[in-house]
Design a binder for this molecule. Sequence first.
Ligand code: GDP
Ligand code: FO1
Length: 311
Amino acid sequence: MIVVLAGGVGAARFLQGLVQIVNPKDLYVIVNTADDFELYGLSISPDLDIIMYTLSGIVDKMQGWGIDNDTTNCLEMLSRYKQDTWFKLGDKDLATHIYRTNLLKSGLKLSEITKKLCQHLGVEVNLIPMTNQKVMTKIRTPDGIIHFEEYMIERKAQDKVLEIIYEGAEDAKPTNGILDIIKNAEGILIGPSNPLVSINTILSIKEIKLALEQIDKPIIGISPIIGNKPVKGPLDRLMKGLGMEVSCFGVAKFYKNLIKTFVIDEIDKDRKSEIEKLGIKVIITNTLMKNLEIKKNLAQITLDAMKLNVG
Ligand code: GDP
Ligand code: FO1
């Protein structure tokens, strides 16, 4: 079995390539749930949904989130009622949140509900929320502490980032089974996800971090930054806010004590020797996943690195 640590869009694209070359049933994806929040009384799990929709082929490919050809009738009506509608929930997408919320209310755990959703959508990869407890990424700004989605979407990532807080992480336990999966994995792949608000949230659960530190298995990272810019999202602003260098080198430095191999883009090949000085092996390839061929190639190269045990 292979374990992948995942956020939303970057990891989902990578997984699309990986399922072309690995039996999906052998893939165990530990997914960030610290973006989860409630809206209109509904429980939303953006990263789980992004991966589910992507792997089942129904994702809105341009956005990388939401469902293809979805409508927004419900939001339009809510807007008439003067409700906040900054988080674009499509009508079909709403069905997922209604289903999830009802099952949570009936006593099922998020991990159990995720399994059901995956079965209904024909997703064979094992998607596992990092925890069944509440962990929430919050951003400390000069105006106060706000939820990550509010920072990123409602306020368009314009606030100065003073601190990233993983609220609830101290007391959160990994979802049942995660520690055994890590122990028995052939290797661990860290998707090209946001290291600060997707991967570090998973690592903020102490037992997961410890399990990863204790295994003697290859751990391979993939840079979400290409040519000193994230492909999407506010990673540059978050890194700047924390005083980090916005580059593949900055991400490698952040992962220094975790990974032994890092996959970077061809455009960043000049940074290879600096990263190697951190004690990390570097693999250079095209990491901009514009089509299935590139996704598959990136997955193959990452997997080869894992199998060669260079990690
Ligand atoms: P989010 O939850 O939607 O933010 O998704 P992730 O946690 O997976 O993080 C998005 C990250 O994925 C951003 O930092 C992007 O730079 C990265 N990303 C998205 N598409 C690509 C891609 O094609 N190649 C690489 N290398 N990174 C990507
Ligand atoms: N991202 C946006 O930029 N704007 C949105 O309105 C938005 C709505 C949305 C609805 C459901 C969902 O599953 C994801 C959605 N996303 C939206 C993406 C999401 O906010 C982020 O990419 C992740 O949460 C960051 O990890």
